[in-house]
Design a protein around this ligand. Structure first.
Ligand code: AMP
Ligand code: MG
Length: 410
């Protein structure tokens, strides 16, 4: 029970505290719709047109007047022309007449019904239909998708590919979105060296800046990578001041555990208001959160897996709120564990695993090898977290566990 700490903070409480303290960005910019992908809408989108703009055919077939559908048996209609998509038939359709029509083509005047081409008999210009046709069938009404004046989206909408298509279908080329959050980050630690340098004894390559860069890039924020900062009070203070000058969020990794050089704490106390927590979770126990100048500050632990877990659990939702949208609930599934999973009671654990669907239609999950906080391979091989709740000592092979697919973090 070496690191069991009854005074530690509940992960959910920490999460709520963080979210509660984040204020969304209110500055707005106008961008081309392609630039709005994965941004947050800052205005109502009204439709200035009907979609579809004209009543048109949903099928390849024959446009007719519903009055011409026979009560019984068959009826012959005279073919008088064709309505192509984008090239309407410009005549009028009278009694006992019909027009060949393509999918998406405008319904000719007087017609209200389309008979599928598979349901007619064609003999030159003589088209035979039967009594089974229904009035108004196979027709898309103007404004059926969106009517002129409809509010299509409200502010706070997170923009997906389909939304961009929908906005384009209204003929709108630019939208107002909230400014992107600016995130500055750096690594701390005298043992860290950058790629391209030969490792001396006791040195390691800095990997956290690369995972942080990747997770942040996927969220679409503006990134300011400040590099590796040496463990000296001057270097750390200077980095914090530089980072907080223009960033909305400052993220560091390392230097927040007990036993780390105290000056990180002292520097932060001097520059802002920061809480140091021992969160009842593994990985990711030490965590600092607060403000430096106008920037929110996250001091993540140094271990590579802890950085990723604390980012997904605490930082990502904070960035989403800052961007102006409601953090989306995470997908949770039940899966049968193929592994014995041991844990200590009194903390939640985010173990890493691979899940798949078995032949019985149930999810199964297998843990990805050693689960140490420094073993990045356990994340790299995984496609989900295995969430083990506070109480309990884990599960045995064959029992059911809760999993959080990584896909739902994107
Ligand atoms: P710390 O929280 O500073 O005590 O770091 C905990 C562990 O994570 C130590 O083994 C560090 O060497 C390692 N670590 C800290 N920062 C990084 C980094 N940027 N990249 C890879 N490992 C790191
Ligand atoms: Mg360190």
């Amino acid at each position: 029970m070496d690191d069991y700490d009854p005074a530690s903070m509940d992960a959910h409480v920490a999460q709520q505290h963080i979210l509660h303290n984040i204020t969304s960005i209110t500055e707005i910019e106008t961008v081309a719709i392609r630039e709005s992908l994965h941004r947050v809408l800052a205005e109502d989108i009204h439709s200035k047109i009907n979609v579809p703009s004209h009543t048109n055919s949903a099928m390849d077939g024959y446009a007719i007047r519903s009055q011409d559908i026979p009560d019984k048996d068959y009826k012959n209609l005279n073919l008088i022309g064709t309505s192509w998509a984008g090239r309407p038939f410009d005549g009028v359709v009278n009694e006992n007449e019909c027009v060949r029509i393509m999918t998406g083509a405008v319904m000719p005047r007087n017609t209200d019904t389309v008979v599928m081409q598979e349901h007619v008999n064609v003999d030159g210009e003589n088209i035979t239909i039967d009594h089974k046709q229904k009035a108004q069938q196979n027709v898309r009404q103007a404004g059926e998708d969106i009517a002129e004046g409809d509010v299509v989206f409200n502010p706070g909408k997170f923009i997906h590919p389909a939304d961009i298509g929908l906005i384009a279908s209204l003929g709108i080329g630019e939208v107002k979105v909230f400014r992107k959050p600016r995130v500055a980050f750096f690594s701390t630690g005298d043992e860290l060296v950058s790629i391209g340098t030969e490792l001396k004894e006791g040195q390691i390559y800095d990997s956290n800046r690369y995972t942080l860069w990747s997770m942040l890039t996927r969220l679409g924020v503006e990134i300011d990578d400040l590099g590796v900062i040496k463990d000296t009070p001057e270097a750390v203070e200077d980095a914090f001041i530089r980072a907080s000058e223009s960033a909305d969020i400052v993220i560091t990794s390392g230097g927040v555990s007990v036993g780390d050089a105290d000056f990180v704490k002292t520097t932060l106390e001097k520059l802002g208001e920061v809480n140091f927590w021992k969160v009842a979770m593994k990985p990711g126990r030490p965590l600092a959160f607060g403000k430096i100048n106008n920037a929110y500050f996250f001091g993540l632990p140094g271990n590579p897996v802890s950085v990723m877990v604390t980012f997904y659990i605490f930082v990502q939702a904070a960035i989403e709120k800052l961007m102006g949208h409601t953090p989306k609930p995470r997908m949770q599934l039940q899966a049968i564990s193929n592994s014995d999973l041991r844990k200590r009671p009194g903390r939640v654990e985010y173990q890493r695993g691979t899940y798949s669907l078995n032949d019985n239609g149930q999810y199964e999950v297998t843990k990805t090898g050693q689960q140490g906080s420094g073993i990045l391979r356990s994340m790299s091989d995984a496609n989900c977290f295995i969430y083990l709740p506070m109480e309990g000592e884990g599960v045995s092979k064959g029992q059911t566990v809760e999993i959080w697919p990584f896909d739902s973090f994107i």
